[in-house]
Ligand binder design. Structure first.
Ligand code: PEP
Ligand code: MG
Length: 762
């Protein structure tokens, strides 16, 4: 008999038992009879974990008086060893195993051979199923396979009957209990507390025994097809690539997705009588058991990928495709994911989403920028996060220290709550700085603007107390929309933003999509196969080619700004002609509106983002054409260092405060100001990258002579406070010294200097 046939004949009989309306204990008693008979074993027993001990729940062949009396610790005896290691034992002579323990009340001395398999639920042992024989012979491989399949069905029966209390019965692995603090990479500062919510919830398998095997085979076949399609279309999709290393991961995914062996094993499990979901899980369990024996970190990583893929397959097959966002957050939540795209994050309810913790992630990935804009703390690079946390665990997120505390003890939680209260007070104090002018000690007025892009930001403009919006990322509207936003919708948003800003300027950046901000409705062959999306077909490159997109946006902006001042900024300009061409698109629309006698903006000022280093070499050509420049340090630094801003492996490698970046910026400042002095045409220069919102980095930028910063709204208070503590001449002089002969560690030198000048940098 094959393993499948052996399991199947047992499962058919078990199916009837499980469907019957009898009591759980009666069902277990029947189960041990069925298995014992089918495997011609004198003994069959079921041990279940209760209050941390493995208790004999049902037996055929051992003394009935031992039922609910014999109890073993996890790790104790053969049964305890199976549960602890989640491993199968198959012995011709039980007594020769070093862990063997003799329990006289069971009367098991007459049985020689022994086999046992763990009963596993969600990758954790909840019990053990054993068979014993008088005759000393090992069980056949097919019999062991059948036992394992049966154990899986038993796990369902036990759970449904409420025989194992999920909390007490070791549902948690050792790694998932007790307080624990893990350290990651700081992505967005801030404190938060909430319940763990998995972005991709684990599917609960409702039914393990199949009614119709052929139908189950068909379901898996279709699910494989769909999964392969998904994996194929992920190639080149930046949203997936945010994690860096993505090519390697993708390759592994592909390898697994097309692995005939995997598909075959799942089909064999279906043949043994399991449903499609249970079969996938069954194969996954077997793989987990095998992998546990190999301690190779590289393989462990790959195992992680396979888990990911198996979960995806189960989600597809069961039709439970939604993320936690579609189910809705019920309370204060800390979202857990391997990685997220910006659009995925935006689907969450902002009132309930308190923090995000990622296994990957990097400082300038757009998902992180969006989180920062939402005021949601983020910690990245938390290894094995999903293995350590369980849905619903209380989590304390300390985005300042980049630590995550799981399942805190009450005293720790109380202390954290006190810190949360203090930080709220501090924020209130910053809010009081709203009307305070950011004037330095030597009387220099620094312009502090905010970065925005979400509809909700409109409400923040007034309260943030900045000098306007220095970067409005128009693509956010495109990212949250399932289809290309119509012109009217764009106009409405821009108008609302301008109204909210009142007399303060708003710099609208035309769409910067592509890179890690991919739009499904705007994908093309070219972008899908972009091996390096950050340097690929994105931003202005895409807009100029698809100029319909830019024309529509130009019209929307021109109409929205009727009677007002319009500031338009183009992203990723690499050569002056790109700017000229983009401006041409706007001028064309302006001429059209003029002809139609529409009311027009009072003034239009054009500017560029300086984020591609090549443009810095062409400033003499470009400056006469433009009104302002904003340095996008997020992209600029990735290109200067040739270090993908979304690659977590590089996230902490290069410092924004490196002499190379500082020297580069100093040259730009110098070129722009010399141009103003010699021609009388003053081009307004500012920085709108994330670094401007950090105190030490802002201090350095002011030292370089930057007088306009556009930053995340939450940083406005702290940066205003910083400006008021600084003498710009003093930091300017110090900076010139460091740039002439760079210290070993510029960050260190700068913070020592700040401390010596009574400037708070934290
Ligand atoms: C930048 O690159 O620094 C920037 C501000 O733009 P974004 O982060 O949207 O690419
Ligand atoms: Mg950029």
């Amino acid at each position: 008999m094959t393993a499948a046939a052996a399991a199947r004949s047992i499962l058919t009989r078990l199916h009837e038992v499980m469907a019957a309306r009898s009591h759980a204990q009666a069902k277990l008693n029947q189960v041990v009879e069925i298995i014992g008979e089918s495997l011609s074993s004198e003994v069959c027993s079921i041990y279940l974990l209760r209050e941390g001990m493995l208790e004999l729940f049902a037996t055929r062949g051992l003394n009935q008086s031992a039922v609910h009396v014999t109890r073993l610790g996890v790790g104790e005896g053969l049964t305890g060893t199976i549960a602890q290691n989640i491993e199968t034992l198959n012995l011709d002579e039980a007594a020769t195993h070093p862990e063997f323990q003799y329990r006289p009340e069971t009367g098991e001395e007459k049985f020689h051979s022994f086999a046992g398999v763990p009963i596993v639920r969600r990758a954790r042992s909840v019990g053990v199923l054993t068979v014993q024989h008088v005759e000393p012979r090992r069980y056949e491989e097919v019999e062991i396979e059948a036992l394992q399949t049966v154990a899986m069905v038993l796990a369902e029966l036990i759970h449904n009957a409420g025989l194992v209390d999920d909390e007490a019965l070791g549902e948690r692995s050792e790694a998932q209990s007790g307080q624990q603090t893990i350290e990651g990479l700081q992505l967005v500062k801030g404190l938060a507390m909430g319940q763990a919510v998995f972005h991709q919830p684990r599917v609960q398998i409702e039914q393990t025994v199949a009614e119709d095997t052929e139908a189950e085979r068909q379901r898996v076949f279709l699910a494989f097809d769909k999964m392969r399609e998904q994996i194929d279309s992920m190639t080149g999709q930046a949203e997936f690539g945010v994690g860096g290393e993505h090519e390697q991961v993708l390759e592994t995914y592909k390898m697994f997705a097309y692995d005939e062996g995997w598909a075959r094993r799942i089909n064999e499990a279906i043949d043994s009588g399991l449903t499609a979901e249970a079969a996938i899980e069954r194969v996954q369990q077997r793989t987990r058991m095998r992998m546990r024996e190999i301690s190779d970190p590289l393989l462990a990583d790959r195992m992680h990928d396979l888990e990911d893929l198996a979960n995806r397959l189960i989600r597809i097959v069961s039709g439970q495709l939604g993320t936690a966002a579609s189910a809705g957050l019920r309370g204060d939540a800390v979202l857990i994911a391997k990685n997220l795209g910006p659009a995925e994050l935006l689907e969450y309810d902002r009132r309930r989403l308190k923090a995000v913790v990622l296994e990957e992630g990097s400082l300038t990935a757009h998902v992180v920028i969006v989180a920062r804009a939402m005021g949601v703390p983020v910690i990245g690079r938390l290894r094995n996060l999903r293995g350590l946390v369980r849905e619903g665990d209380t989590l304390l997120v300390d985005g300042d220290a980049a630590t995550l505390t799981l399942r805190p003890q009450p005293s720790v939680e109380e202390a954290f709550e006190a810190r949360l209260a203090r930080s709220r007070e501090k924020r209130a104090a910053y809010a009081k700085l709203r009307d305070v002018e950011p004037v330095s000690r030597d009387g220099k007025r620094i312009t502090i603007m905010m970065n925005a892009g979400l509809r909700e930001d409109v409400a923040t403009v007034a309260v943030a107390g900045g000098d306007g919006i220095g970067l409005f990322r128009t693509e956010f509207q495109f990212l949250v929309s399932p289809v290309l936003p119509a012109r009217e919708r764009q106009t409405r948003l821009y108008r609302e933003v301008l109204e909210a800003a009142g007399s303060k300027p708003v710099i609208f950046r035309t769409v910067d999509v592509g890179g890690d901000k991919s739009l499904p409705y705007l994908s093309s062959e070219a972008s899908n196969n972009d091996e390096n999306p950050a340097m690929g077909w994105r931003a202005l490159r895409l807009s100029l080619e698809r100029d319909g997109l830019l024309k529509v946006q130009a019209r929307a902006l021109l109409e929205a700004a009727a009677g007002k001042d319009l500031h338009v900024m183009f992203p990723m300009v690499s050569e002056p002609w790109e700017f000229l061409e983009a401006r041409e698109v706007f001028e064309g629309q302006l001429a059209f509106l003029k002809k139609q006698k529409h009311s027009l903006p009072q003034s239009i000022r054009y500017g560029v983002m300086l984020e591609v280093p090549a443009l810095a070499e062409m400033l003499d050509e470009l400056l006469p054409q433009i009104s302002f420049i904003s340095i996008g340090t997020n992209d600029l630094t990735q290109f200067l260092f040739a270090a993908d801003r979304a690659n977590p492996l590089l996230a902490a490698r290069y410092d924004w405060l490196s002499p190379s970046i500082m020297r580069f910026l100093a040259r730009v400042v110098e070129t722009v100001s010399r141009h103003g002095e010699t021609t009388g045409h003053n081009v307004d220069l500012g920085v709108c990258g994330e670094m401007g919102g950090r105190r030490l980095e802002a201090l350095a930028l002011i030292g370089l002579g930057i007088t306009r910063l556009s930053i995340t709204p939450a940083a406005i208070g702290p940066i205003k406070e910083l400006v008021r503590q600084v003498d710009t001449r003093e930091i300017g002089e110090a900076m010139r010294g460091w740039l002439a002969s760079p210290p070993a560690n510029l960050r260190q030198a700068l913070s020592d200097w700040a401390r010596g000048h009574d400037i708070e940098i934290e």
